[in-house]
Design a protein around this ligand. Sequence first.
Ligand SMILES: Nc1nc2c(c(=O)[nH]1)N[C@H]1C(S)=C(S)[C@@H](COP(=O)(O)OP(=O)(O)OC[C@H]3O[C@@H](n4cnc5c(=O)[nH]c(N)nc54)[C@H](O)[C@@H]3O)O[C@H]1N2
Ligand SMILES: Nc1nc2c(c(=O)[nH]1)N[C@H]1C(S)=C(S)[C@@H](COP(=O)(O)OP(=O)(O)OC[C@H]3O[C@@H](n4cnc5c(=O)[nH]c(N)nc54)[C@H](O)[C@@H]3O)O[C@H]1N2
Ligand code: SF4
Ligand SMILES: [Mo]
Length: 733
Amino acid sequence: MSERKTFCGICEATCGLTVTVEDDAIVKIRPDRSHPHSKGFACPKGIAFGAVRDDPDRVVHPLRRRPDGTFERVTWDAALDDIGERLRNIAAEHGHGSIGLAWGNPASWNAGAILVALGLSVALGTKHTYNSGSVDINNYFLIGHLLYGNNFANPLPDFASTDFALIIGANPFVSHGSMVTTGRIRDVLTDIPRRGGRVVVVDPRRTETAEHFEHVAIRPDADAWLLGAMLNTIFSEKLEDAQALAEQASGVYALREIAARFDVARAAGETGIDEDTIRQLARDLAAAPSAAVHARCGTSLGAHSSLAKYLLDALVVVTGNFDKRGGTVLGSPYLDMEKLVRMTRVTGFDRWRTRVDNFPEVLNSAPLACMAREITVPGDGRLRAMIMCSANPVTTTPGTNELDEALPQLDLFVSLDPYVTETNRHADYVLPPTTWLEREGFPYFTQAHATQPHAQWVDPVVPPRGESRDDSWILDQIALRLGVLPAPVPGAKLLGRLRRRLLPGRSLPIWQIYDVLIRLGHYGDRFGLRRSGISRKRLLNTDGAVALEDELAVGVRRKRLHTRDRRVQFDHDLIRAEVDRMLARTDDPAYPLRVISVRRLRSHNSWLHNVPKLMVGDVLPALLVHPADAKAAGLVHEGHATITSPWGQMTISVRVTDEMSPGAVGLPHGWGHRGSWKRAVAAGGTSYNVLTPTEAGRLDASGNAWCNGVPVALRPARAQDVAEPPDPVSLDV
Ligand SMILES: Nc1nc2c(c(=O)[nH]1)N[C@H]1C(S)=C(S)[C@@H](COP(=O)(O)OP(=O)(O)OC[C@H]3O[C@@H](n4cnc5c(=O)[nH]c(N)nc54)[C@H](O)[C@@H]3O)O[C@H]1N2
Ligand SMILES: Nc1nc2c(c(=O)[nH]1)N[C@H]1C(S)=C(S)[C@@H](COP(=O)(O)OP(=O)(O)OC[C@H]3O[C@@H](n4cnc5c(=O)[nH]c(N)nc54)[C@H](O)[C@@H]3O)O[C@H]1N2
Ligand code: SF4
Ligand SMILES: [Mo]
């Protein structure tokens, strides 16, 4: 029996874990009490992850789809050689640009995979690069680029020291934080009122977080109205921090003009929050000794998410809270992701556009919501082959049915996933990856957002199950056979062909590449020049994580911003156009309600629904409806409703609850499973995203999907109208 420390690779909290292992089997997972960041915290998902690693439904051999939709086991060589040959043929006939790559949320804990995937996308020069950013955080990426000069620039709320936390469209008590990695975030937030500060939560639902603090109920998809009206109040009442603006900002005149367009009286109507409350919130924010503002999925998946993020970041600067203790602070990563995406030229905006919709790229990728059309609309540059890693877009991306019909039209579809899902049941090959307990790694993404910088690099805790291999290895093997070096270097295709001929057995040295970057980085050992510095070897030899800093430094703007004048840039035509677009919006009275997404503690997006211990309590999908809306629609508690949007409909059981505000209905996303994960499939339900639009004109300027605040109507249904769970897909292994 031995104990091994690692970090959890499920959500952005990235908690430290201690795993008890006996004969290469997981006996127990528990929180790592000595972890400098999570300090003995872990949630039920991390603790239960052994059940994913050992899931009997997990794919642990390479699988090939038969014409009848079932899967048969093949050898790695057979799978990879066939994939390689077919990709070479597709490339020869239609060019490398007809090959696409897509990765989903779990890639954020998969340092190896992301390096190869990014490298392959750049080396192929393909516009068919998609990632879950466009159903999540593309508004951050766009505003990062416009305001700070880098897609990955991301000022972090300094909750640990703030006097006033304003949380909009986020539920950290359940999500454990997003785009900010603060250990034990629940404790850190509850501590704010304890030391005399305030936490205000703006949310259409009285969430687990809102319940604990001051709750301001808002109409869904009206955050930009609230933030714009607050900015307007601050300028018209001359509450701005003139010194901060003079020192830190460029284009303040544009910001004033934009703020003036948000009429506070109209904002009250749009948000359902009265004028006095909006004005008082603005005054309180300006008057607080320090204020940390944070908005996530609720706001990011609205129809105007870039505008909302712009206004939010503007409020921070205007109230003198940027780059300040207790305000928002800039990260201090040991692997500088901003530098990495700059060096590889991945960061940027509108350097090219998508073929069908003429939609601008962000972070060198295209919106997932546009992907189905790129497969189905004929013409030069059509997406013909897809290599997908840890993504389940059929349920997580707008247009569930559209994508479900488009994916079978690919000439080749390869999916790296531990399950046969509703998405990759259409794949020609499903290739079995190791899970995060079975591979080497470090949390490359979340370390950049850690409010208490710390470093960790881990070996696999247990050996891979069956024939599963690291995603990085699989992607690299595909690149090798395709004859492309998966690296953002000139001549990647020529080098790839040479490598195929001369070094066919050699894998890309991903860990060595990261090691060099980290050793040369801010906390690196500079190859021995700095004794206290870190390296891969030193971190691997450390049991657990190493604390690097107690808190983030402030006053670092000049060093950290990428803009020419090292100030935050506020003058953008794109933002003016986004204000026009929002002001022009009208409501259709046929859809009087707005639907919002609900996350549950024991669920994680579309997966973990096959773990018995997690499939309990409130996890199973139900529609949350306020009593007044239920009455108006003739619905009863535990009855059934048909919910219809302009784009689709489903029938689902109803929970009548006053945790919803009137006019807003809540629906969990990530359901309606198909594939081989039997328990998940048997749970039934329908994908939220049958209700959401895919048209380019309905997306945010950043390409971010519109999932929250979509207009809907409700009517009573019968239990028998609920779609029956389908049969699971059978695997012949
Ligand atoms: N348990 C659990 N944890 C998770 C996840 C999970 O699925 N389960 N997913 C992870 C991922 S991928 C992410 S990105 C993060 C997300 O992290 P968060 O954004 O903190 O989590 P959400 O629960 O999506 O919170 C969004 C909140 O916005 C509210 N909301 C919806 N629409 C609106 C709106 O128009 N305006 C406002 N103001 N509020 C609105 C919702 O009621 C909800 O409370 O969570 C991560 N952590
Ligand atoms: N309506 C609505 N839609 C949403 C959201 C919402 O709030 N409302 N939230 C959005 C957000 S924030 C996000 S991040 C996306 C998530 O969207 P996705 O990234 O598409 O969804 P996940 O459910 O995280 O799917 C992950 C897939 O990766 C597989 N997987 C897990 N670990 C590994 C691994 O180590 N390697 C490989 N190769 N595969 C692995 C899982 O089996 C699963 O099939 O969903 C978005 N969709
Ligand atoms: S909070 Fe997130 S990182 Fe921590 S144990 Fe739970 S799922 Fe894992
Ligand atoms: Mo996400």
